[in-house]
Design a protein around this ligand. Structure first.
Ligand code: NAD
Length: 244
């Protein structure tokens, strides 16, 4: 299928995990993709429609650099998938200002700044799409996740405001709330079979999520299939949070 034929997309955090799977799926569906990740990250892709850009999203100039490169390469912009994120786990009392700012700085502030920079171009597109990767931790939490949960809840609140303000221009904004997904972020925990098994068992579907599970939800929001869906936070967690 060519559900994104002729669309131009930016995907952040595209060297690994959910971002990589999404960049590849978007390209397979006909989009041209600017795949953004940290300088030095592996941004090589088989698909010729994907080009990489090494850029630290937390830097002041990142939004202008990224949107500028997309416009230079594609001449327009239809889809921005703000997916890059960092995690970290420390008890509240041990969480320093620097810890808090680092996590909120990437997950929330950098997503806001890139989405804001992209807004005029998404409006121009007439079928603009803003997608954010939040987390089930936007609605829930765990010990040690004070900064991470705050950042992801913030992403959902922010997304709703983009959706409200931009709807009149045909731009949708939505967030995906992944559960436990086997990616770079969780690799250190999921090397342990016992930890992996606990998370798989908790989910109604009795398995961990894979990056492609999230990429398919992103494709829904990016394509015409999701054209009348905006302001939504969609849990994609295999039923992880169905029971307490
Ligand atoms: N894996 C999970 O279980 C899970 C669950 C819920 C939410 N999420 C969210 O999914 C998103 C994608 O993460 P993932 O699980 O694929 O992990 P991942 O670590 O495999 O990928 C995240 C990517 O973001 C990039 N990144 C981080 N900070 C950056 C910066 N400042 N500039 C540029 N790139 C940066 C990293 O280099 C990495 O390649 C994140 O927002 C994460 O919070 C993941």
């Amino acid at each position: 299928m060519n559900r994104l034929e002729g669309r131009f997309a930016i995907v952040t955090g595209a060297a690994s995990g959910i971002g990589r799977a999404s960049a590849e799926l978007f390209a397979a569906e006909g989009a041209r993709v600017l795949a953004v990740d940290r300088p030095g990250a592996d941004l090589s892709f088989e698909h010729a429609a994907i080009q990489g850009l090494g850029c630290d999203l937390a830097t002041d100039g990142a939004p202008a650099t990224i949107v500028g490169r997309a416009l230079e390469a594609f001449g327009g912009l239809d889809i921005v998938y703000n997916n890059a994120g960092v995690s970290g786990s420390k008890p509240v009392a041990d969480t320093t200002d620097e810890d808090f700012d680092r996590i909120v700085g990437v997950n929330l502030r950098a997503s806001f700044r890139l989405a804001r920079e992209a807004t005029p171009h998404l409006v121009k597109s007439g079928r603009g799409r803003l997608i954010f990767t939040a987390s089930i931790m936007a609605r829930h939490t765990d010990n040690g996740l004070v900064a991470y949960s705050a950042s992801k809840a913030g992403v959902v609140g922010m997304m709703r405001t983009f959706a409200l303000e931009l709807g009149r221009h045909g731009v949708t904004a939505n967030a995906i709330l992944p559960g436990a997904i086997a990616t770079g972020m969780t690799a250190a925990s999921f090397v342990r079979e016992d930890i992996k098994a606990v998370w798989a068992r908790k989910a109604a579907l009795k398995r961990l999520g894979q990056p492609i599970d999230i990429a398919r939800a992103a494709l829904f929001f990016a394509s015409d299939d999701g054209g009348f869906v905006t302001g939504q936070a969609l849990g994609v967690d295999g039923g992880l949070m169905l029971r307490v």
